[in-house]
Design a protein around this ligand. Structure first.
Ligand code: DC
Length: 231
């Protein structure tokens, strides 16, 4: 029998735009836990592949670039994580549409997902981890203490996205955004490897009518109840 302590994990999965990143950073700060933004792991891997002229339609070509990848993830409070590639900050660059689309392409590749598994699991360190993504509770940390599946309606997510774009001076059409979100949801939920599905034992939170603070409070309450029950 191992005497190693079990590091507690709280997973937050769900579609993009549901508020996972904001909730995960806030909860990690509250609990004093480490934070894994697994989307950032896929984004930085995709950026590295792009910079090394990989063919993003070819799994082997993407995988070939991984041996030279040097990425670091530093906690950055409520802003989530600061990401560096080869020592240079790429936190903004990985958030571009181009990096997002490239991430979505490489994330559909089974060997890429397998290759990035250990790197994600290495974030599991004392005193605990909050991990956000699509398959945190189903594949990466199936033994998590608490699994949350965070959703919001396509309308609400489109409005949040439009506001983000407006803040950057970009005008967006809500109907177009709703259509794009619907298409991405369909692609994420129907992909062969690690599709976006709630873990069987996940707590589902529908955040459309909730403020960010209310979402954090619900997760914090559920965590407290779960930890009290299991200790
Ligand atoms: O959450 P995000 O938008 O930063 O994710 C970027 C891409 O990576 C997105 O296409 C979904 C994918 N992803 C994934 O397949 N599995 C995860 N655990 C996290 C993200």
């Amino acid at each position: 029998m191992s005497d190693l302590p079990i590091v507690p994990v709280l997973t937050i999965d769900g579609p993009s735009g549901a508020g996972k990143g904001t909730a995960a950073a806030a909860i990690a700060q509250r609990l004093g836990f480490h934070l894994l933004d697994s989307g950032a792991v896929y984004r930085v891997a995709a950026l590295h592949a792009l910079r090394n002229q990989a063919d993003l339609c070819d799994e082997a070509s993407v995988l070939n670039t991984f041996s030279s990848m040097q990425a670091t993830f530093e906690p950055n409070g409520l802003a989530g994580v600061a990401v560096k590639l080869a020592g240079v900050d790429v936190s903004t660059e990985i958030r571009t549409e181009q990096a997002g689309n490239a991430a979505s392409q490489v994330a559909a590749m089974q060997r890429v997902r397998a290759e990035l598994l250990d790197e994600q699991r290495a974030f599991r360190q004392m005193p605990g981890l909050v991990a956000d993504g699509r398959d945190m509770g189903t594949v990466v940390f199936p033994d998590a203490t608490l699994k949350v599946f965070l959703t919001a309606s396509a309308q609400e997510r489109a409005e949040r996205r439009a506001k983000q774009l407006n803040d950057k001076g970009i005008t967006a059409n809500i109907a177009d955004l709703i259509r794009e979100i619907g298409e991405r949801d369909e692609r994420d939920a129907s992909r062969v490897h690690s599709p976006l599905v709630p873990a069987e034992d996940a707590l589902s939170i529908e955040s459309s009518a909730l403020s960010a603070d209310e979402v954090v409070q619900q997760i914090a309450d559920a965590w407290k109840t779960r930890v009290e029950r299991t200790s």
